[in-house]
Design a protein around this ligand. Sequence first.
Ligand code: ATP
Length: 626
Amino acid sequence: MGRVLQVVACCAIGEALVWHAPLLGRGTRGIARVGASSSSGDDAMVSSSPEGERPSARVLLGKFYELAVPYFKETSEARWLLARVVGLTLLQSGVSVVFSYLSRDFYNALSAKDVASFRDILLKFCGALAAGVPVTVLYRFERETLALRWRNWLTRDLLGKYCVDRKFYEVEYNSTIDNPDQRISEDAAAFAAVSLSFGITALTSIVDLASFSTILYSIYPPLFGAIVVYATLGSVLTAYVGRELPDRNFRALRREADFRYALVRLRENAEAVAFYDGAVPERRRAQDRLDRAVDAQADVIRTQRNVEFVTVAYRFLVQVLPVAVVAPLYFAGEVELGVVTQSSSSFNHVLSDLSAIVTQYEAIAAFGAGLDRLAAFADTLQRDDDDEEEPAAGKPSSPDVVLETRSLAVQTPDGTKALVDDLDLELRLGQRLLITGASGAGKSSVLRTLASLWRPKSGDVSLVDRAVFLPQKPYCSLGSLRDQLLLLNTDDPIDDDHLLHALELVGLRALAAIDPVQGLGVTKDWASMLSLGEQQRLAFARLVLNQPKLAVLDEATSALDLDTERRMYDLLKTKLGDDLAVVSVGHRPSLLQHHDLRLRLDGTTTPQLEPITDADRRAAAQTSII
Ligand SMILES: Nc1ncnc2c1ncn2[C@@H]1O[C@H](COP(=O)(O)OP(=O)(O)OP(=O)(O)O)[C@@H](O)[C@H]1O
């Protein structure tokens, strides 16, 4: 019975549902995580709950409330639209009742061969059509408009929370949430459409139930009793036969997402897999996951078959049951033929209102799964909001200081690895600091902490406002060549001559000539078209255009030849000179030429800060790595 209540609590009645299993299974892990390892057959990818552990009806209802209500609380337009939809829903039910009576009179006139009444009813029928058609059309239009606006609001709300304070980074690296992209786009849209569908059908059902029950009762009270017994029996029997269905549905969704993720990994890493000749293990892995998904789906369809034995018999029986109950009255001449047909159509109406579990068992279970996913995502965004303050850096104590750390201790976000202890650093305009150390020593982690991506274990970081970080992996946004150059200058207008000059300085002027008509407006998939070195040079062009006070470069020249590396650092020197401080991370000895201070992470947690001398530079020139 708990399962029955759970399903009923999700919503009273459902009709055509769009939130289907395939939709939920359409999963990709976040692109940034594609290179990361995924646990084999990890079923915890789709839902926030572990396999087999679905939230209770009460929890689901709470989640539904939290997701659904804010839109209607916050915008008066939403309330008006909802009011219109509710009004049209009631009118729509009224239209059904009117047609039920017209149909009764129609058949009565027909069986009595009463031509005058028949004509009269045909006229009434045309009048009812004139009123009923606009109601039906507008009902659907307003309802879809509301679903669209609700989706828009919900998606914007999630997107806003996701993009604020680098939440996308938190979600990607510090949470168990998979596929945030899918949740923001597809799950939010499905939530709005399905919730509305459920809400409206629930309302329609209540109104229908009241009006058609009255009709049934007025025709013949035992008919009303028959329907209550029939619907109750049907619902209980279906819930019992299909009791495994929600869990099996959940499992099938997870495994489908697992399978899709294996394919996405292959697509995203196509070049690396081709170089490694790794298609065979990738295929084996994908096939394993496909097998698991197919097994889970086979379980689902077996259970569905059993449920269908009940539901199909139920639907067939209802064709004759009301007529069979009223037939004795008709044979006894106590009611006319129209009453028999009206009782049949009213019976069908009431039955569909009472038969939520029978008709929508699978759909409601799928809705619960989707709701759980979306709510878990919203919770994560909200939880981070309620957490302690973001680890924002303070401001340096003096105008020519661009970066200061006081007793800074750095550790990995999970707290398992202490990387740096007690770092005191003061960097002034014009100074150039190189951070060196073995792979895995914590160089990038120090930069992440300086950029406030990671919370310091202890100590403070102060940073000028105009600081720019270039990550190890170059980044190109979607958009034109101009957009790539202005990535750091989204607010300042910069004319095309300056942009072209910056391209010239980094040896990429030819990019503006790819399309002579569009010039800087040319749009390509820059990340896959440009070589790694070209993307790194593009990043230097951005620096020149942005003119920051502090540039933090994480192996930003690793893909460049030594000559180009020198030209890039010289460019910063000639263009920005003493108005810029630089912090670089790198392994190459050549980098010593471009820096005057060195922070050595030598495997202990105590970093060594030292000036770089000419002797160091000469000695380093004899080695291949520093
Ligand atoms: N999000 C994370 N969670 C847990 N450990 C992490 C995380 N990110 C990095 N680490 C670990 O922290 C250590 C330092 O990583 P970091 O990227 O700072 O090294 P690095 O010195 O920059 O190395 P490389 O020169 O190879 O780029 C590594 O052992 C790494 O595995």
